[in-house]
Design a protein. Structure first.
Length: 229
C-alpha cells in the first residue's frame, strides 16, 4: 500500500472574532466601575457557541493501493490512485461555562475545547485513476469487481490513516486554537483589559493541567457574583 505525502489545501479559520468583539463592546456600555473579564468571557462564549461547527483546517491526501487475486492458477491485479479531502472540525456548541476558566493572578483566560473531529474523506470520482485490468482471470470471473471493491476499501482506510498522523493533527489543532483564542481575546482587548487567552484540547490539558488548576470557571465566578448582589 503506497503512501504519498499530504498536500495541505487550506486553512479555513472560522471568522468568530467579529460577533464576540461586538458583544464585548456592548458590555462596556452596560457595566459601571470597569469591565469584568469574566462577564465579557461569558458573553464571548455565547457568540462562539452560536458558530456551531468550526472547520479550522482541511487537507488533501492521496492513497495508492494495489489489490491482487489468484484463482485457477491465474492472477489479476489492479492499482488505484484515490485523492481525498479531509476536514478537521470542532463542535463549538459543546462548549459551556465550565470549560472557560479565569486565572486572576496571571490574568489568563483558558478555554478547554471539545475534541477534534475528522470529517470525510470526500472523494471526487472523476479524480480516481486505475491501472491494470486483471487479464484473463477478470475475463473469466468477477475478479475485476472484487479487485475494485478491495482497492476502494483499502484506499478509504489509507486516507484516514494519513489524516490521523501527528503533523496534520497538529496543524488542525493549532488552527482551531488560534481561531478560538482570537474570538475571546478581541473583546477583552477592546475593553482595555490586559489578558492572555489560551485554548487547550483535552489531551493537552491532561499533559499540563497547571493553568486549569490555578483558575476558576466563569460559571463559578458568575454564581458567586450573583450571590453577592
Amino acid at each position: 500500500m503506497g503512501r504519498l505525502p499530504l498536500v495541505v489545501l487550506a486553512l479555513l479559520i472560522g471568522l468568530l472574532g467579529g460577533a464576540a468583539l461586538v458583544a464585548g463592546i456592548n458590555l462596556l456600555k452596560l457595566f459601571n466601575g470597569g469591565p469584568s473579564p469574566v462577564v465579557i468571557a461569558s458573553s464571548s462564549l455565547q457568540s462562539v457557541r452560536e458558530q456551531a461547527r468550526l472547520t479550522p483546517f482541511a487537507a488533501r491526501f492521496v492513497a495508492v493501493v494495489t489489490a491482487t487475486q489468484n484463482r485457477f492458477g491465474l492472477s489479476a491485479q489492479k492499482t488505484l490512485i484515490m485523492p481525498g479531502l479531509v476536514r478537521y472540525e470542532v463542535d463549538l456548541a459543546k462548549l459551556n461555562q465550565r470549560d472557560v476558566r479565569w486565572n486572576a493572578g496571571s490574568k489568563t483566560l483558558s478555554v478547554l475545547l471539545p475534541p477534534l473531529e475528522i470529517a470525510g474523506p470526500e472523494i471526487n470520482l472523476t479524480e480516481l485513476r486505475e491501472y491494470g485490468g486483471g487479464g484473463l482471470l477478470s475475463a473469466l470471473t468477477d475478479a475485476r469487481t472484487s479487485l475494485d471493491a478491495a482497492n476502494r476499501d483499502a484506499a478509504q482506510k489509507e486516507l484516514l490513516w494519513q489524516a490521523r498522523q501527528p503533523l496534520p493533527l497538529k496543524l488542525a489543532r493549532d488552527a482551531a486554537k488560534h481561531a478560538v483564542e482570537r474570538s475571546f481575546a478581541m473583546p477583552l482587548k477592546a475593553a482595555g483589559l490586559d489578558a492572555k487567552v489560551v485554548a487547550l484540547f483535552p489531551e493537552e490539558a491532561g499533559r499540563d493541567p497547571s493553568l486549569l488548576d490555578r483558575s476558576r470557571s466563569i460559571e463559578e465566578v458568575l454564581k458567586e457574583q450573583s450571590g453577592k448582589s
